[in-house]
Design a protein around this ligand. Structure first.
Ligand SMILES: *[C@@H]1O[C@H](CO)[C@@H](O)[C@H](O)[C@H]1NC(C)=O
Ligand SMILES: *[C@@H]1O[C@H](CO)[C@@H](O)[C@H](O)[C@H]1NC(C)=O
Ligand SMILES: *[C@@H]1O[C@H](CO)[C@@H](O)[C@H](O)[C@H]1NC(C)=O
Ligand SMILES: *[C@@H]1O[C@H](CO)[C@@H](O)[C@H](O)[C@H]1NC(C)=O
Ligand SMILES: *[C@@H]1O[C@H](CO)[C@@H](O)[C@H](O)[C@H]1NC(C)=O
Ligand SMILES: *[C@@H]1O[C@H](CO)[C@@H](O)[C@H](O)[C@H]1NC(C)=O
Ligand SMILES: *[C@@H]1O[C@H](CO)[C@@H](O)[C@H](O)[C@H]1NC(C)=O
Length: 647
């Protein structure tokens, strides 16, 4: 967006904010952290703008036309009843609500989309996700023995963990005389005057999002280990590290370990800046809020785009989460790293080990989104070393795996199942066949586009009758297929397979490398998309045992969000533009602001019930475990405990 546009917008805004002496954004500019009240003053300094609301809501409403799960929301089946909402009525409500500020509108939309509890289908207004609140007292739910009911504590490792943020963060608490260190390990007796579990449930219902299952979202609230980039990391959890600056502090009653006496404290949040640098309101808007060249996609046919050496973002299907909290990733305190020697194939996203028993190989697969080829090579390298060392059973840790390339999930499943499988290694899939979607496929064919240009091009997919790739002239939306969801007719494309086998870079072993009943999965349910699809493939075909930790005392599912392929708004916009349909009356308008309405664009259908998306197939884990003070942050101790329970 041009600088002149920004100036036009910003100047009247500043003039309108009459008696404020100082620019509230200038007051926090250049700081890595700021008190949330000061950040709120900046974010709420941009007045509500009807033009922007109409632009955003029109975009969002038309993107929802592509959302494969829309009609499930009218009456979500058990145990997902919480995910019932009339999406169109909510959009109408937001169209008629009086908002004071641009923030208020966008945050309402952000929360509405978050509460769909589908990480594929979310609204991210970059302006207002540019800060992340952080609390020095992350919480965990710990059980005495790993199986009995857990209770809530301030994370016992919080001194080591929070100290990793450095003095830029901790000096704030020194300056206000708040001693957070003594709260480490304290038992939590209430939060905001509620039973702590009620407050955790409230957060799981309102701000965690991403997962249809409530128990999985309960785990999102707590702090937990993960891999960020290729390193061990500790996630704050949505209590201690929520996106945005909605709260300034939280009231907790706790019993510190060293006093044994209950006390009530107001713990202040301190916000981490994760946006683009700015100096004042005008530059905050220009650098964080105004649409950029990347916001609204690209016509990939465009000659000048190609001439400038640009390439299509990616032609490989992805199914993954956007975890904004990854922006403030700090390491796992090193003393909790496994003390075992890393096995082969561990230089990237995998952390592979052989446990002290000598027979259990552990693969911690932190993500499916890293290096596409290295993922495959690392799989082969780890399995090779495990086999030659006499490993007979495999434990795959998927804790906080946010998903990634659809084909890597299929690859890993195929690698473990062997080349002899008699079925397609993925799922039967389909997409919604609304009017605009049908036009896109027809135009792709007319324009001679292929899988290297667009995702709608027919040669991205294979016929389910014979698993051969569709000719690029085959219109899989003509005719559409009937589908009725919750009584609503919702025509879809014909069903098809992915064509992943053509993207394997390493050979699939002829036989399964490990007896398939000696392969088990351990996770915390925060297993997104490709991760959930991989888990479901293993479960549906081989009854693979999944041990799921945590989730409080209520129900939990073994897998997290199980959509299929996600399209970011920019991806969908590119599909529309490349098909020459950007001026179609059904096309979402380009966003005037920097934001992303991403959407679950395809459905993966269960092998066990062809009428049910795997996302809505309820299945608790075969093994339900709880975290202890030893296992919650120490992956090796967790694997040792899990191995004793699943094999
Ligand atoms: C509202 O936003 C539009 C589009 O960006 C802009 O042209 C207009 O000046 C804004 N209105 C006000 C009052 O700032
Ligand atoms: C919002 O409501 C107005 C008035 O009914 C209507 O003209 C407009 O199209 C609606 N906007 C959206 C995005 O639905
Ligand atoms: C963990 O809790 C047990 C009691 O449940 C206690 O005996 C032990 O010292 C604790 N360990 C750590 C590392 O805090
Ligand atoms: C504080 O932040 C500054 C600016 O990013 C950085 O250079 C410095 O190393 C940080 N200090 C600590 C102790 O982390
Ligand atoms: C998370 O952050 C790390 C470190 O900045 C980065 O390497 C990685 O790609 C990020 N992962 C995701 C899923 O955004
Ligand atoms: C595969 O099946 C499709 C439709 O069922 C058919 O049109 C196509 O010719 C078949 N291809 C091969 C190679 O058998
Ligand atoms: C490594 O960690 C395990 C617990 O996971 C512990 O039993 C063992 O003593 C540790 N070994 C060394 C050498 O520290």
């Amino acid at each position: 967006m041009s600088a002149s546009w920004t100036a036009l917008l910003a100047l009247p805004l500043l003039a309108a904010a009459a008696p404020v002496a100082e620019d509230p954004c200038a007051a926090i500019a250049g700081q890595l952290y700021a008190p949330p009240a000061d950040v709120q003053a900046c974010l709420k300094s941009f007045p509500f703008n009807e033009t922007l609301r109409q632009n955003v809501l029109t975009n969002v409403a038309r993107v929802f036309d592509f959302f494969t799960f829309e009609n499930y929301y009218l009456d979500s089946p058990p145990p997902f009843e919480e995910d019932t909402v009339d999406i169109r009525a909510e959009l109408d409500r937001m169209n008629t609500t009086d908002y004071e500020t641009d923030y208020d509108f966008n945050w309402d939309l952000f929360l509405f989309a978050t509460q769909l509890n589908d990480g594929h289908t979310r609204w991210y207004p970059d302006c207002y996700t540019s800060y992340q609140n952080l609390l020095p007292t992350p919480i965990v739910a710990l059980s005495a023995d790993g199986e009995s009911d857990p209770e809530i504590y301030v994370s016992p490792d919080s001194v080591e963990f929070i100290s990793l943020l450095g003095s830029n963060y901790t000096s704030y608490y020194d300056s206000i005389g708040f001693d957070w260190k003594r709260l480490a390990g304290a038992k939590v007796t209430s939060i905001e005057d509620q039973d702590p579990w009620d407050y955790v449930d409230y957060l799981a219902s309102t701000i965690s999002g991403n997962y249809l299952d409530h128990g999985v979202r309960v785990n999102s609230v707590f702090t937990s280990y993960r891999i960020s980039g290729i390193d061990y990391s500790q996630r704050f959890g949505d209590f201690a590290g929520p996106t945005g600056v909605a709260l300034t502090s939280v009231k907790m009653s706790v019993i510190p370990a060293n006093t044994g006496v209950e006390e009530t404290v107001d713990v202040p949040y301190y916000s981490s800046f994760v946006g683009n640098a700015f100096t004042d309101s005008a530059s905050f808007w220009a650098n964080n809020c105004a649409a950029t060249d990347a916001t609204n996609g690209q016509d990939y046919k465009d000659a000048s785009f190609k001439a400038a050496g640009n390439m299509r973002k990616s032609h490989m299907a992805k199914g993954e989460i956007v975890d904004k909290s990854n922006s403030t990733a700090v390491g796992l305190p090193e003393k909790y790293y496994p003390n075992l020697t890393l096995a082969d194939g561990s230089t990237g996203i995998f952390k592979n080990y052989i446990l002290e028993d000598g027979i259990t190989g552990v693969m911690y697969v932190g993500s499916f989104s890293n290096d596409f080829i290295q993922f495959q090579r690392d799989t082969a390298a780890a399995v090779k070393q495990f086999k030659s060392a006499g490993v007979t059973r495999l434990l795959i840790d998927l804790t906080n795996n946010g998903g990634g390339y659809v084909c890597l999930g299929q690859f890993l499943h195929n690698y473990l199942a062997g080349a002899g499988i008699s079925y397609n290694p993925g799922f039967v899939s389909s997409m919604r066949a609304g009017e605009l979607a049908q036009k896109i496929v027809a135009n792709d064919i007319k324009l001679g586009l292929t899988s290297s240009d667009t995702f709608y091009a027919p040669d991205n997919w294979a016929f389910i009758s014979n698993d051969t790739v569709m000719p690029s002239t085959y219109d899989y939306m003509d005719p559409t297929e009937p589908l009725v969801i919750n009584g609503v007719e919702d025509p879809t494309s014909q069903r098809f397979y992915d064509t992943c086998a053509s993207s394997y870079y390493v050979d699939i072993p002829a036989e399964p490398p490990f007896a398939l009943d000696q392969v088990a999965i351990v996770n915390n349910g925060n297993c997104a998309s490709t991760c959930a699809m991989f888990s479901a493939l293993m479960f549906e075909h081989y009854d693979t045992k999944v041990a799921t930790f945590g989730g409080g005392t209520g129900h939990i599912e073994y897998k997290g969000m199980a959509g299929n392929q996600v399209l970011e708004w920019a991806d969908l916009a590119s599909e529309i533009k490349t098909a020459d349909l950007e001026n179609d009356p059904l096309a979402p308008p380009d966003l005037l602001i920097s934001g992303n309405m991403r959407v679950n664009w395809r459905t993966a259908w269960s092998w066990l019930d062809e009428d049910l998306p795997i996302a809505y197939r309820a299945e608790p884990p075969q093994v339900r475990l709880q975290y202890t003070n030893e296992t919650y942050i120490s992956p090796q101790k967790l694997w040792e405990f899990a191995a004793s329970k699943v094999f």
